[in-house]
Design a binder for this molecule. Structure first.
Ligand code: DGJ
Length: 725
């Protein structure tokens, strides 16, 4: 609900448990008053004035010294006019000045949710959302800024977006346009999700300290190193209680998520593309749309925050045919065969996979051009007939005959120098004239800011997808951008390359969705290098990490779960010893971990024993039986990863059943008696545990479930709790 006190010009966005408020002051500045637990009224009493040395005063107040933009909480702060904290907007005028100051002009409320042309955004199908738009103006430059707010009451979700238009007569250069800025009072912790390739999204929590702190990416993608989802929470917030604000950028390129604690103790969170290597020229009349930022508030701790986000992402960000459909259990050939396969081998793998209940075979990298290793072939999207002499039509027909569907791997944004594409169009790769190229995995990045490059690659891939019965695409991206210079843009627009590249990727994905509406597209960037809310708008699942080790995955999936639902996390059972770590754990442990994702296999089933194949069959059946509970249930992180055991829980929204999964740590002699404590059950209802004992919900939750006392490393167990009566 959006409430506007027209007389006092106070705007309040209400969700079920939160309120978000800002007001127009007597000078026309938009000041942020409050964001937190739902509270009934006007919060302008929180706006305080004081004469503060070295915080300059705006001219509207003459020589009064008690009002400074440097001390006021602002809704969309600008650089260069007296606020020294992180700006949301910075703009260079033709005379070389970097300054803007925004004044309120108008507002509008509408039913439904705004969208952003060419960019992903949360959407509203059922009339659950409302939109507020607020127009601001900088009278000196003529800059017109529209702030947009989408309010989803049910999920306590507030989205924000910004359009900047040049209403003046001269070109302007935008050097920073953040999607959201948020000024908060009181002590706060900042949680970021950090790591490296094969070690993505490990939570890191610290108290917000004076000055700036945060994370960013200048790699052209969200990155393995830092996710563009961050959390602010009160220092006492835990999984189960306390105020938490989750903030996600609905975007897949460079970003900045920065918190700044000011000299007077307030904290400003700034979230958006960021200023580093960004510069966008805006001719008179032109507009720039910043990507969307999404905030979720939870008074019920980090667990409550995640569950709200999971529902919002599943229901109002992921789209299309697969949104509510069961996704197939797949077997991917990458760790089974790498580049070394032909039709015969694929058919043998398929036959074996079909026999265990696998539903879709994914032919990973290596099927096209001269792609026999990772030195060549990218850009040549036609079938390698030495490997697949009968083409995809015949291959997919034979695979379909086995009762399996078929999927294919592509990496559209990349090119190898050793490829027909590069030989014909060397200028289609991002590279700086006169400088040697910078390779990543021996490949270069195509200039997706150029429509002709996208058209060429897309038409090749489209023809491939039409040449057989293909139901799934894995869209990969295996290096960070560098040398971000486009041969198609003038010098004063080179600062636009990174963002134009991302817009190009979105354009390609949108085309693929339109041409193949039933295609299941799985995102990937060397695993989880582009795991973000932007990609989830196009690809309802993303390969979580190139690390398939089940024990490392416990931490990876735990960290990812703070924002991203289970249904979005690509997770597979791979062979042992594990390719990345050399560790061996049982096939049951590997399956229990992969089941808390989209579930599939990444191994050669021909090399499994009869016993392992039987286990695989049983696991797939178990996954099918528990599918709705796992994919749509509420998720609880029962423990942090590590320690003597790691546990998590999926609970049906009506608490009629729950699945508690546990993986123990490395074996020790004489171990403790461990107990796992389920959550969210109906206290006075009876539950059966794995179809055997019957116990009350409160007995299970407060007394706990004793873990069986067995020897061995990394044992997995699941407790299926089903409510009786
Ligand atoms: C990186 C992906 O994450 C892997 O799963 C695999 O598809 C390889 N690329 C193929 O080159």
């Amino acid at each position: 609900m959006i409430h506007i006190d027209e007389k006092n010009r106070v705007f309040t966005l209400y969700t079920n448990t939160s309120s978000y408020q800002f007001a127009v002051d007597e000078h026309g500045f938009l000041l942020h008053t409050y964001y937190g637990r739902r509270a009934g009224g006007d919060m302008r009493h929180l706006l305080r004035r004081a004469d503060r040395g070295f915080s300059p005063n705006c001219c509207e107040e003459g020589h009064t010294r008690t009002f400074s933009l440097d001390t006021q909480p602002q809704e969309y702060p600008c650089a260069g006019t007296g606020d020294y904290r992180l700006p949301a907007l910075e703009c260079e005028t033709p005379n070389g000045a970097f300054a803007a100051q925004l004044y309120y002009r108008a507002h509008r409320v509408s039913k439904g949710k705004y969208s952003i042309p060419g960019l992903p955004a949360f959407y509203d199908e059922g009339g659950q959302a409302d939109t507020l738009e607020v127009d601001l103006e900088d009278p000196v430059t003529g800059l017109l800024v529209t702030l947009r707010y989408g309010v989803f009451e049910e999920y306590d979700l507030i989205t924000r977006a910004v359009t900047v238009r040049n209403g003046g007569k001269e070109p302007l250069r935008l050097t920073r346009v953040m999607s959201a800025s948020l000024d908060m009072n009181g002590p706060l912790d900042l949680i970021t999700f950090d790591g490296a390739h094969t070690q993505e999204r490990h939570p890191s929590r610290r108290a917000v300290q004076p000055g700036m702190q945060g994370v960013s990416s200048v790699r052209g993608t969200t990155s393995h190193q830092h996710n563009n989802f961050v959390v602010l929470c009160r220092p006492d917030a835990t999984e189960q209680q306390g105020d938490c604000w989750g903030a996600a950028l609905v975007y897949s390129g460079n970003f900045e998520a920065m918190a700044e604690r000011s000299q007077f103790g307030s904290t400003r969170l700034s979230l958006g593309i960021g200023g580093y290597r960004f510069c966008w020229k805006l001719e008179p009349g032109e507009a720039f749309d910043a990507p969307e930022a999404a905030f979720v508030f939870s008074p019920e701790g980090l667990g409550g925050m995640s569950r709200r986000l999971h529902r919002a992402i599943r229901e109002n960000l992921c789209r299309g045919y697969w949104k509510h459909r069961r996704r197939p259990v797949l077997l991917n050939t990458w760790e089974a065969a790498y580049f070394d396969f032909d039709e015969q081998k694929l058919l043998e793998i398929a036959r074996c996979a079909a026999d265990t209940g696998v539903e879709l075979l994914v032919m990973d990298d290596g099927w096209f051009g001269e792609r026999n290793d990772d030195l060549r072939g990218l850009g040549d999207w036609f079938v390698n007939t030495a490997k697949l002499p009968d083409g995809l039509g015949e291959l997919t027909r034979r695979i379909n005959e086995m009762g399996l569907r078929f999927g294919i791997w592509v990496e559209p944004e990349m090119v190898n120098e050793d490829s027909d594409l590069y030989r014909a169009h060397p200028d289609w790769a991002l590279q700086i004239p006169g400088r040697p190229v910078t390779r990543g995995r021996s490949q270069l990045v195509l200039d997706f800011s150029r429509p002709e490059v996208r058209d060429h690659v897309y038409s090749q891939i489209k023809a491939v997808l039409q040449s057989g019965s293909i139901d799934y695409v894995k869209w990969d991206m295996n290096r960070s951008l560098s040398d971000a210079w486009s041969a198609a843009l003038p010098a004063d627009r080179q600062g636009e390359v990174y963002h134009r590249f991302v817009l190009g990727v979105y354009d390609m994905l949108e085309r693929m969705q339109a041409d193949f509406p039933q295609m299941l597209i799985e995102g990937c960037s060397g695993g989880g290098g582009r795991f973000d809310c932007g990609m989830l708008y196009y690809t309802p699942q993303i390969w979580c990490s190139d690390n398939t080790d089940a024990i490392d995955r416990l931490a990876l999936q735990h960290g990812s779960s703070f924002c991203y639902p289970v249904s979005t996390m690509g997770a597979h059972v791979s062979a042992v010893p594990n390719e990345q770590t050399g560790r061996t754990v049982s096939i049951e442990t590997r399956a229990v971990v992969a089941m808390s994702g989209t579930f599939g296999y990444e191994l050669d089933p021909r090399h499994l024993s009869d016993e392992e194949r039987a286990a695989m069959r049983a696991q797939i059946n178990r996954f099918h039986a528990l599918y709705d509970l796992i994919q749509y249930g509420d998720y609880d992180r029962l423990t942090a990863p590590g320690g003597s055991f790691t546990a998590w829980q999926h609970t049906a929204p009506d608490a009629s059943q729950a699945l508690v999964s546990v993986v123990t740590g490395p074996a020790t002699s004489n171990p403790p008696f461990d107990t796992v404590y389920p959550r969210g059950l109906v206290p006075d209802a009876e539950y059966t545990v794995n179809g055997r004992d019957t116990l009350r919900g409160d007995v299970l939750m407060y007394g706990g479930i004793p873990l069986p006392f067995e020897k061995g490393d990394y044992r997995a167990m699941q407790f299926h709790l089903v409510r009786q009566g």
